[in-house]
Structure formats: C-alpha cells, structure tokens
Ligand binder design. Structure first.
Ligand code: HEM
Length: 337
C-alpha cells in the first residue's frame, strides 16, 4: 500500500486542459512551446545496474538490462535564443524498448520511458496556473514577470519567488556535461515515490572552457561528446513521509540526509560527431519526437498537481507541432542515414 498521497482538486482536469491551451496558443512560431532550442540530440545506452537494492528495484529498475536511448539537451525558453542568455537548461531522456503498461491509455503499447530534468532540485512555482501566468508574462519581458507575480501572490511572496526563479536561470558558464540534472517533482516508484537525478560520472578537475560566442554551451557540449564518451549516473531518492519528502509541494528539497540518492542506472553516451550525417539525423529525430514525463510505465506515473498539469500541456504542445507519435518511435540503432 502506498504511503504517499496526492491531493486532487475538484475540476482540476478541465482547468489543466484550459491552461495547456492558453500556454500553447501563446507560443511564437513553429516548434516546442517551451525548451525550443536544443544544444544537441544524442544517442546512447541506458543500463539498469546489476546491484539496485531491493527497495529501489521497481518498474524499469526491477531487473538489470541495457536499453538504447535518446538524449536531448535544451534551454527552457519558448524561442530559440543564444546560450549566453540566462535560462533554465533541460535534459530529456527517452529510453526505448521498455515493455510493460504505460500510463497514457492509448499509448499502453508504447515502448518508451521518458525522464525530463532541469538544473534545480526543487520547483518553486506553487501551482500550474502561476506557471502558465509566468510563461505568459515572460513573453513580454522579465519586468512583466515581477508585476504578474506581485498581482498573483502578493509583494513579499513575489520577491521570494522571483529570487528562486532567478537562481534557476543558468548563466551558461559551466558545461552541461559537468552539471547534475534533477527531476524536481516526484514520480511513482512502484508502491513508493521517488525523485531522480542524472549526475555526471566524472567531472574533470579543470572545468571545460566555454567558448565566448552566442552558443558557447552548444559548442562546448558538441566538442565534449566528439572527443570522448560521456556518462551520467542515474540516481533515485525515495519518499519517506509527507513532512520531509512532500508529494505536492515541489518547493521543499528532499534532503539527502533524510533520503540518500542511490544509483539505479547509467546513461552512456558514446563519443559521437553531432556534425556528421548521422549526428544531424539524430538531432532531427530528437526534434520530431516528443519527450513527455507522462510517457511512462504505470509504475513511474508522475505525481502531484504540477505533474498532472503537465499531462495536458505536453500533449497539447506536441499535437500543435505535429510531433512523431510515441508508437512510431524506433531505437537509435534503427535510424538509417
Ligand atoms: C518539474 C518541472 C518541469 C521540468 C523538469 C520540465 C522539463 C522540461 C524539459 C526538459 C522539456 C524539453 C523536452 C524536450 O527536450 O523535448 C520541457 C518541455 C516542455 N515543458 Fe516542461 N518541465 C517542467 C514543468 C513544466 C510545466 C509545469 C509545464 C506546463 C504546465 C511544462 C510544459 C512544457 C511544454 C509545453 C514543453 C514542450 C513540449 C513539446 O512540445 O515537446 N513544463 N519541459
């Protein structure tokens, strides 16, 4: 029996549908509503460890195995902007060849499990309506965001929230190959729940230099994956109780002293040339595909109100941009150039 609990507000499904439409109708040009610009789209292997402890051996991680995967690094804005503009940075991972029932009923037969992560281990925005309001205001400029927040949550809370949002904006000075990415809201982990992170297995003692041009992060990441394989350790942190590891309040950090991160898998990105014909085809495929936290096994259903709001948002966005159906996704090895 699960010890965590979700609080589902009456009528929230209709609200989330409406918010999703508002979010997507406001997008500029073609492509993703958010995270429009990708630094790279890569292929790799996702290997579930042979020594996952019984407590963590759930869903995809129930038994050891190796899968193919796609990995897309991105900046959060809804328009393609240079890396030197501070922004949220994301990593989206699509594990392919995953059998088992999926949470979206029409995609029950899909063979994929996605994970979407950013650079912060918490998600400060209290609810989906505020998130959509912030995105709408940000389209008019940063000052509009503060004005919007003051109107929505009051002056002092707005300042705190603006501070947290500011901290989430990465300045682009450290290579994305050297950063830890977090799934900052919980997902089901069998009968328990967990937060997940992707930590670089090795970080060189001298950080990579970021070229000074418009797209320094992109250049650095492309050079990094061309020269050597890149490995991220996938780690999961289990739910303990509502006080220390709340399901609905993403602003609370799940402290490692309360629930340690445990290795459950590794993502290995072999050295690859993103400028080669194959590299370009992989990037194109990643652009056409849809990475969505709800592309998940029943055992890894996203949890909490913001996660449920995302269920509508990603579907409306991917429909608007005619993304590839999840049922048509092939493993990278099936991509012919
Ligand atoms: C835990 C918080 C969140 C994380 C970690 C996250 C992460 C991401 C990432 C990494 C992507 C890029 C996916 C790709 O590479 O294709 C993305 C796209 C997107 N996100 Fe989120 N996001 C979060 C919250 C939200 C919320 C609250 C909403 C709306 C209610 C939202 C709406 C979208 C949309 C519409 C896209 C574009 C989907 C597409 O067209 O493919 N996200 N997000």
């Amino acid at each position: 029996m699960a010890s965590w609990q979700e609080k589902i507000a009456p009528g929230e499904e209709e609200l989330f549908e409406r918010l999703a439409r508002t979010l997507v109708e406001g997008r500029t040009g073609e492509g993703r509503t958010l995270h429009r610009y990708a630094q790279v789209g890569l292929e790799g292997r996702f290997t579930v460890s042979a020594s996952v402890p019984a407590t963590h051996a759930q869903g995809l991680f129930a038994k050891p195995g190796t899968y193919e995967c796609y990995v897309r690094f991105s900046s959060g804005a809804g328009r393609a902007q240079p890396d030197r503009v501070p922004d949220v940075r994301g990593i989206a991972v699509k594990v392919v060849g995953v059998a088992g029932d999926k949470v979206i009923a029409p995609l029950a037969a899909a063979q994929t499990q996605d994970f979407l992560a950013i650079l912060t281990n918490t998600f400060a925005i209290p609810d989906a309506e505020t998130f959509v309001g912030i995105v709408g205001a940000a389209r008019k400029g940063p000052l509009s965001v503060l004005g919007y927040l003051i109107g929505r949550v009051g002056f002092f809370r707005a300042l705190r929230l603006a501070g947290a949002l500011g901290k989430a904006q990465d300045k682009g000075r450290v290579s994305l190959a050297e950063r830890t990415f977090y799934v900052p809201l919980p997902i089901r982990w069998g009968d328990s729940a967990a937060k997940v992170r992707f930590r670089p297995a090795v970080v060189a003692s001298t950080p990579a230099t970021i070229p000074s041009g418009e797209h320094g992060l992109t250049e650095a990441l492309r050079a990094r994956v061309r020269s050597a394989p890149l490995t991220f350790v996938v780690e999961a942190q289990l739910f303990v109780d509502e006080v220390h590891t709340p399901i609905e309040d993403g602003s609370v950090e799940w402290l490692e002293s309360v629930s340690p991160f445990v290795e459950v898998a590794r993502i290995e990105l072999p050295a690859q040339d993103t400028e080669s014909a194959r590299g370009k085809k992989l990037a194109e495929t990643c652009e056409a595909m849809s990475f969505d936290p709800w592309h998940a096994l029943v055992e890894h259903r996203p949890l909490g109100s913001i996660m449920r709001a995302r269920n509508a948002a990603y579907r409306v966005s991917t429909t608007a941009r005619n993304a590839m159906s999840e049922l048509d996704v092939k493993p990278p090895s099936a991509i012919a150039v």
